[in-house]
Write a protein that binds this ligand. Structure first.
Ligand code: KG4
Ligand code: ZN
Length: 333
C-alpha cells in the first residue's frame, strides 16, 4: 500500500511517500525556521501563507523522489490536528482536494500518533505494548501503546502547563540564544556544568506521571534577575546545562516509572525534544540499568515530518478507517 502523506501542523510543510508502512520512498520537509527565527517564534499567519506557497511544490517533489505519479498512490493521509488552525487547514484542504480529484481514499491522522509511530517506521521490530514519551513543542505525554490503532493509545500522564519543547524555546529566548531553542540549548549545554545550579524538579503526589515545566522556567528567570540585580556575571552554558538536566531528569524518571508500574519493558521516545542528545543518553542509560529495551527514531524522524504521518495513516487505512471529505482541521485535538 502506497501512502502519500501531508503534514502542515506548524512551521514545516512536509510530504512523504511510504510503502506498506515500512519503506520510506521520499520524505520532503520544507522548513520555515529561518523565517520565524527573526520573530523569536512561529507566527501563525506567516506559517499559513508559506504553507500555501510550498504545499504543491513539496507534494510534487515527494512523488518525484519516490519515482511515482498520483495514479500510483493508494491513499492520502493528512494531519488534521492538533496544531495551528491556519497551518492545518492548508494541509487538510489540499489533501481533501487531492482525494476528491483523484478518487482516492483520505485518511485523517492525529499529529501525536504520527510522532509515536515514527518509532515503528524506524524499527519494524518494535511491537506494542510499549510506553512512549512524546515531548514536542506543544505536548509532553506519557502514552501506553497497546496496539496500532489511534484508539489503542492511553495517556498516562501529561504536562499541566508548558510542554517540554516550549520550555526549551522560552529559556533559549531569555538567554538570548534564538529560535528554536531546543537545539541551541542542547549545543550550549555541552560546554556547561549540568550540576552547577539546582533548578526544581516538580512531582505530583496524586499523579506521578504528570509534568510541570513552568516552575523550572520561572526559576531560571529568577536566577537571571537575581544575578542582574547584584551585578553578577552569569555563565549561560551552566544555566543551559542545569536547566536541560532538570527537564531531562523528570522526563526520564517519570517515563520509566510508568513503564515499571505498568510492567511494560519496552520504552520509546518521540517528538521534537527526542532530538535532544542529553535526553537520548539519559533514557538509553536508564533502560540499560533497568534491563528494558529503548527505542528512539533517527533525528530527522523526531521533529515534524510526513513519513511519520504516512505510517500512522497506513495503520488507519489497513483497518479501513477512512475519512469523509468533510474533514475539518481540529487545532485542539
Ligand atoms: O515535534 P516538533 O518538531 O513540533 C511540534 O509538534 O511541536 O517539536 C518542536 C520542538 C521545539 O520546541 C524545539 O525546540 C524542540 O522540539 N527541539 C528540541 C531539540 N530539537 C528540537 N528540544 C531539545 N533539544 C533538541 N535538540
Ligand atoms: Zn510535532
Amino acid at each position: 500500500m502506497l501512502i502519500l502523506a501531508i503534514e502542515t501542523s506548524c512551521d514545516e510543510t512536509a510530504a512523504a511517500v511510504v510503502e506498506d508502512g515500512q519503506r520510506i520512498l521520499s520524505n520532503v520537509i520544507s522548513s520555515q525556521i529561518e523565517i520565524h527565527a527573526q520573530y523569536g517564534g512561529v507566527v501563525p499567519e506567516i506559517a499559513s501563507r508559506h504553507h500555501i506557497q510550498n504545499i504543491s511544490v513539496v507534494v510534487d517533489q515527494a512523488l518525484q523522489e519516490a519515482g511515482l505519479t498520483f495514479d500510483d498512490i493508494d491513499a492520502i493521509a493528512v494531519t488534521y490536528g492538533p496544531g495551528l488552525v491556519g497551518a492545518l487547514l492548508i494541509g487538510v484542504s489540499y489533501a481533501k482536494a487531492l482525494a476528491f480529484a483523484l478518487g482516492k481514499p483520505l485518511v485523517k491522522v492525529h499529529h501525536i500518533a504520527g510522532h509515536i509511530l515514527a518509532n515503528s517506521l524506524a524499527y519494524p521490530l518494535l511491537k506494542p505494548p510499549y510506553i512512549c514519551l512524546v515531548a514536542s513543542g506543544g505536548h509532553s505525554h506519557i502514552v501506553k501503546v497497546t496496539g496500532w490503532a489511534q484508539s489503542d493509545y492511553e495517556v498516562l500522564g501529561q504536562t499541566r502547563d508548558d510542554a517540554a519543547g516550549e520550555a526549551f524555546d522560552k529559556i533559549a529566548r531569555v538567554l538570548g540564544l534564538g529560535y528554536p531553542g531546543g537545539p541551541l540549548i542542547d549545543a550550549l549545554s555541552k560546554t556547561g556544568n549540568a550540576q552547577s545550579i539546582k533548578f526544581p524538579r516538580v512531582t505530583f503526589a496524586d499523579q506521578p506521571y504528570d509534568f510541570s515545566f513552568s516552575g523550572v522556567k520561572t526559576s531560571v528567570i529568577n536566577y537571571l534577575h537575581n544575578a542582574q540585580q547584584k551585578g553578577e556575571d552569569v555563565n549561560n552554558a551552566d544555566i543551559a546545562a542545569s536547566f536541560q538536566q532538570a527537564v531531562v531528569e523528570v522526563l526520564t524518571e517519570k517515563t520509566f516509572l510508568a513503564a515499571q508500574h505498568q510492567n511494560i519493558h519496552v520504552v520509546a521516545l518521540a517528538g521534537g525534544v527526542a532530538a535532544n542528545q542529553a535526553l537520548r543518553k539519559a533514557m538509553t542509560e536508564k533502560a540499560e540499568k533497568l534491563g528494558m529495551t529503548f527505542y528512539v527514531p533517527p533525528m530527522i524522524m523526531c521533529t515534524d515530518n510526513a513519513a511519520m504521518i504516512a505510517e500512522a495513516g497506513f495503520y488507519q487505512a489497513q483497518s479501513g478507517l477512512f475519512s469523509v471529505l468533510s474533514l475539518i482541521a481540529v487545532p485542539n485535538l
